[in-house]
Design a binder for this molecule. Sequence first.
Ligand code: SF4
Length: 281
Amino acid sequence: MTTKLRAPAKPLEAASPFEMRLNQSGGLSESFVRRSVETGDVGFLHSFTTGSAVDGPGVRLVAWTAGCQWRCRYCHNPDAWFMANGRAVALARAVDELRKYRRGLKVMSGGLTISGGEPLLQDRFVVKLAAAAKAMGIHTAIETNGYRSERLTNADLAQIDLVLLGIKTWGEERHRRLTGKGIGRTLDFARRLAALRLPIWVRFVLVPGLTDEPEIASGIATFAKGLGNVERVEVLPFHQMGRYKWERLGLNYSLHDTPPPSPELVESTCRIFRDAGLKAV
Ligand code: SF4
C-alpha cells in the first residue's frame, strides 16, 4: 500500500473515549479504505486510551475502533459509527504503541482491549493487533456486539483471551427497536464461544424505561448461565455523557429525559443475574 497516512491534528491518545472525533481519516480514497479493511494492515481508530480499569481485567490499553453498523438508542459514541471519523493508523504504528505499554500492562495484570465502535468491522486489523499483543505476552480482549463474528476463524479466536459481549436487550423485536438489528448473530456467537470454552463477560446497559423490565435481565441471565463460559455480567448504568455528540451531529436522540438508573434498580438487576448463578457487578 503506498498511500501516505497524514498526521491528524489530534494525538492518537485521547483523554477519554467520550472525546468527540470527526473526519480524522482526511478524505482517504474508498479503494484505500476497502483494501485496508481487507488486509488489516491499516486500522481506523477513534483513539487509544490508557489506564482503563473498566474494560477487562486489570489495567487496560484500549484501542477504540471506528465504524459500527448498529444504531443503539443509548450509544455514547455516535461519532464512532463511521469509519471515516477514525484515524488511519498503520498496524506497525499500533504495535509500536502497544510495545510502549507492554511492561506496565503486565505488572498491572492488564492487557489490550479492542473496542469501538464495532471492532469486527475491521476483523483483520483486530486479529493482527491481537496476535501481536499475544506474541508480547499481553492479555487480549475484544468488546463486540458479535454481529460480524462469522468473519473470525477459530484460529483467529485463539488470539483473543476474553470477549466482552454486549447483549443489549432480550427478544428479537425489542432488540430491533433498540439497535436496528436482530439479536440472533450475537447469541450464535455466544454459543460458539461457549463451544470453544472462550470466556465471556456479558455487558448489559441498564436504561430506565428501555432495558429495565425484569424479564429482559432474566432472559439474558438464563441464556448466559446456560452457556457455561460467562465469567461475569457487567450491569452498566446508562449515563448522558454521549448526549452532546448526538446533538452536535444533528442526530435524533430519544433519551433526553432519561435519568441514570437508581442504585436500587442497579442492585435489583444485578440480583436477577446473581439469582441465576452468575457473578454480576
Ligand atoms: S453497538 Fe456499541 S458502538 Fe454500535 S451503536 Fe451500539 S452502543 Fe454504539
